[in-house]
Structures are given as C-alpha cells and as structure tokens.
Design a protein around this ligand. Structure first.
Ligand code: ADP
Ligand code: ZN
Length: 527
C-alpha cells in the first residue's frame, strides 16, 4: 500500500468509526508509520489523543491489535466504549471467570476481534503466548509505557517482560505510548522495551489552558476550601494528598463544609474505590480526594482543577497529575500548596526507602527539581517545559507571570541562618530542625532554647528583621538552591558543600519575596 492509500484508508476509519473529521497533530504520521509496519515510541501529554494512534492502525491492518495496559480497572469501560462505536474489542485479565475468558479467546482465534486488551502479566503466561501464536496479531500497543521505568513512580515489574515481544513476533509492529516525557525516561523506555529501531514521535507538552499556581502552605485545608469556594464552586476536580489518612481527613473536611467529595486510596476496599471512581466519571461537580493511586488512564474531559496539598516527588509526577485537568481545552487550575514540612517529609521518605544508593540519589535529584520549580521567580510553564526539553516564552497565565515575585538580596539572611545551623551542627548529641534555628534567630527564649543554652550563642536574636514565616521561606529556598539540606526523622538542617561558599562570602544569594496575595484566575472579569 502506498502512503497515500494508507492515509486515505486511515482517515476513512477515523471518520466512519470514531466520527472525527481529521487527525490531530502527529496522529496522522504515527498512524501511517504503524500501518506501514514500523515501530514507534509516542510521547504525548495526557489528553493528547494517544488511543487513536493504535486503534486506527488496528482497524486498518489485518488481524487483532493487542493492547497491553496496566489499567485493569478501566478495561471494561474502555472495551464497552469501543463496542458502542462498533469496534470489535475484548479484554483478558484476572477479573474474568473461565467462561468469559474462553469467549474472548474464541473470538480472537476466529479473527473476530479488532482490539484485544491485556494486562502485562498475561503475557508471562505460556497459554496466552500460545494463544497469540495461533491467531493473527496486527500490532502490539504498549500503553502507559513509562511503567517499565524502574525509577518512575508507576513501575510494574511485568512490563520488563515486554522486551521479548520483538523476538517472539519479529514482524509485528510495536507502538509504545506514554505521557511521561523527560529524555531520560524516553531513553530508558526505548532500551527496556527493545525499541532501538523505533521512530520517536514527541508532541509538545504544553497545556496552555492550565494555569499553574504554587503557594506557600499555611493552613492547607482552609486554603483549599477558599480556592474551591471562590473559583471552583460546583466544579469537578482532584485533590492529591500524600497519605491515606490525610486523604480521609481532607475528604471529610470538604464534606463538612458542603462540598461533594469522596476519598480514593489503596487502603479502601475495591468496591468502594470502584464506586467512587465511577461516581467521579459520571457525576458533575464531584471532588475526589486521592493519593497518586488515582487517576492514571481516567479520561474525564471536564476536570476543572487539580490541587496538591503535599509536594509531589518529582516534576514528572506533578506534570502527569496536573495534566488530568482540562482535557476539554477549557481554562483549568493546577494549584499546589507547599511548605517546609513537605521537604522534610520527602527527604525522610527518600532516606528511609529500600532502594540502593543510586536510587536514593536519583530520587533526591527529582525532589530538587521539584523544589526548584516551587521556588522559581520565572514563569512556571517555561520551567516545566524546559524540564521536558522544550523552549517556551513566558505564558502570562501562571502565578509568577500574573504577579511576578520580587527578588531580594538574601545573602546576609542566608549567612545568618547558615551560621546558626553551623553552630547547632557542632553540638554533640542533639539534632535540631528549622523551628529551633528560627527561634534562635528571632531571639525567642523558649523552653527548648533555654534548655540547651542557645540564648547564649552569638547568633541568638540576630535575625529579628524578618518574621517567622519569612525565615521559613528563606529555609525553603536555601533547600531548593542546594545551599542547605535536611536529614533524619526530625528534619535536622545540615550544611552542604555549597553552604561554605555563602558563609565564606564567595557567593550571593537571591531570594524570592512571597507575593502578598494569591493571584486568581480572571474568571469574572471576562467581557
Ligand atoms: P490520551 O490517551 O493521550 O490521554 P485520548 O486518546 O484519551 O488521550 O484522547 C483524549 C480526547 O481527545 C478523547 O476524548 C478523544 O476522543 C479526543 N480525540 C483524540 N483524537 C482526536 C481527533 N483527531 N479529533 C477529535 N478528538 C480527538
Ligand atoms: Zn507563566
């Protein structure tokens, strides 16, 4: 088939089956490449339209397109949606009984399936591999391909087994798709999935309709309630929290304050989780409060906001989670409240994780990049897109663009703080966190200050020109700039190699002054 014929056949399927007029962005080139038998690695943001990239070729090429997906809970919905469009689709996973599985297998062998969805662990089972051998496979689509990345937060060991697909079925084209996008992840996916020859299709990751805002965390649930009441009354949205208990508490708090909210985390029983997810998909104006266990593969177009009450572990995770807002292209908010305690907590998680030293270093770097995003004085979008290797101009629609933070010369403040940390670091047994350091700077004679004789240190009371919250801001920013670090269960502040440059007056420190008021979406002012 010539590429012209391929295209016209693909467009015909797009119109007839899916009811769309034209391909979007790179879809056409990808579809053509797969129909022609090539391998592809597709990177597109959430909502970019990845599904059609394999669904259309599966309908054009003879045989069944096999889709590997970790989203077992969504397979039924995905297949139902395809059946409703007249696509012959089925799935095989652990939720089915023998009879259901048998029916799907029979349809596949009879050549009566366009698409077959499989959980990755199915491909480890010899009987499934034999089944695929006996039928005709038109392509393999590996969805959520970043699950193969051992550094990532969605790692699924079964994805590693997918590296053999090519040896087993050398003539069947493979397409791997993901919304996770740094070049490091991309290289890792290509390597682990044996996609050395694959063509890479990288779409822009910009989501212009999402307004990014990162605010200092004071009383997070109050701040959240304020956001929902003033800007997102009656809207659907997702609130991410780090722990199950904060998910439960936050959901309860919202309900008590008249907001329709449900919790979602791995500690709830499967039926409750499924029911809450289904409500979110079907109802309007429901808020799901969740751990990051929620959201992958969920296609709800009108999610108006994604709020984070705790700091995400990485920019990649943050971008993927916020990307669930505004798939319909309408204005949406990505709002994150972040504080010093988040840094302490994340470092603690990293220090206590069971990965090896390299893994911990990697996690530390990812956290640093996230902190740098939080403390930037530049456009958030510029920072985000740079992280994914894209250049961009200031967007005019994020908090730092709307209310540019002033920066100030924080060298003296940094020196005062770092020398206090230095003094405390030299006390033998006791370890001190930010609270004690700030009390000393402010000259407060608290019980703990007197107990350790810190009121007789030369640094006692040398920092009264700043308020407590300003000092907390200084600590956060020094952490973000790598001029300070935190260790251990109590968030002990510790100097870094770079601290010496500041203490030795060889380095200036620019700090960001927090805007007095949070910039708001200009909803009501639209003419
Ligand atoms: P992703 O998997 O990349 O998050 P989806 O494949 O779920 O994105 O597509 C997101 C939305 O965009 C879906 O509602 C889909 O129907 C729609 N869409 C995708 N491609 C097109 C197109 N060419 N024309 C119109 N709508 C499209
Ligand atoms: Zn901006």
């Amino acid at each position: 088939m010539s590429s012209l014929e391929t295209t016209s056949e693909a467009v015909a399927v797009l119109r007839r089956v899916f009811g769309y007029d034209a391909f979007r962005g790179e879809q056409e080139a990808i579809v053509e490449h797969i129909i022609g038998g090539g391998d592809a690695l597709v990177l597109m943001p959430t909502g970019g339209g990845k599904s059609l990239c394999y669904q259309v070729p599966a309908l054009v090429r003879p045989g069944t397109g096999v889709v590997v997906s970790p989203l077992i809970a969504l397979m039924q919905d995905q297949v139902d949606a395809l059946l409703a469009q007249g696509v012959r689709a089925g799935f095989l996973n652990s939720t089915q009984d023998f009879g259901q599985r048998r029916a799907v297998e029979t349809a596949f062998l009879a050549g009566e399936l366009d698409l077959l969805y499989l959980a990755p662990e199915r491909l480890r089972v010899e009987s499934t591999v034999n089944l695929l051998d006996r039928g005709k496979v038109s392509l393999f689509a590996i969805d959520e391909a970043h699950c193969v990345s051992q550094w990532g937060h969605d790692f699924r060991p079964d994805y590693l087994g997918l590296s053999d697909l090519h040896e087993r079925w050398p003539t069947v084209p493979r397409i791997a798709l993901t919304a996770t996008a740094t070049s490091r992840t991309r290289t890792e996916i290509a390597q682990r999935l044996n996609l050395g020859e694959a063509r890479h299709f990288v779409a822009s990751f910009d989501r212009p309709n999402i307004q990014y805002r990162i605010v200092p965390k004071n009383s997070p649930t109050r701040q959240l309630l304020d956001l929902l009441r003033t800007e997102h009354a009656g809207d659907s949205g997702i609130v991410y929290c780090l722990t199950r208990s904060s998910v439960d508490k936050t959901a309860e708090f919202l309900v008590q304050n008249g907001i329709a909210a449900v919790p979602y985390h791995a500690g709830l029983d499967a039926a409750t989780r499924a029911a809450n997810q289904a409500r979110f998909l079907r109802e309007e104006g429901l808020v799901v409060v969740a751990t990051i266990a929620f959201g992958m593969g969920i296609d709800k177009p009108d999610v108006r906001f994604v709020a984070h009450l705790d700091l995400p572990k990485s920019v990649e995770g943050y971008y993927q989670e916020t990307g669930r807002a505004g798939r319909d292209g309408l204005p949406s908010t990505a709002w994150l409240a972040y504080g010093l305690q988040d840094v302490v907590q994340q470092r603690k998680l990293i220090d206590g994780s069971d990965g090896d030293a390299a893994h911990r270093r990697q996690a530390g770097r990812q956290l640093d990049a996230m902190l740098a995003l939080c403390e930037t004085v530049e456009c958030r979008r510029v920072q985000l897109l740079n992280y994914f290797g894209e250049q961009a101009a200031p967007c005019g629609n994020c908090d730092t663009c709307l209310a540019p933070p002033e920066s100030w010369d924080g060298t003296i403040a940094a020196q005062k703080l770092l020398s206090t940390v230095y003094r405390l670091q030299h006390e033998r047994r006791q370890k001190f966190g930010a609270g004690q350091v700030i009390d000393i700077l402010l000259g407060r004679t608290t019980a703990k200050v007197t107990q350790f004789g810190h009121d007789s240190l030369t640094v006692f009371g040398i920092g009264t020109e700043l308020s407590e919250s300003e000092w907390r801001g200084v600590v956060r920013q020094l952490l973000a700039q790598g001029l300070l670090t935190v260790e251990g269960d109590y968030g002990t502040l510790v100097l870094t190699d770079a601290s010496a440059e500041v203490l030795g007056r060889r380095r200036e420190v620019r700090l960001r002054r927090e805007p007095k008021r949070e910039p708001r979406a200009a909803k009501a002012t639209k003419a």
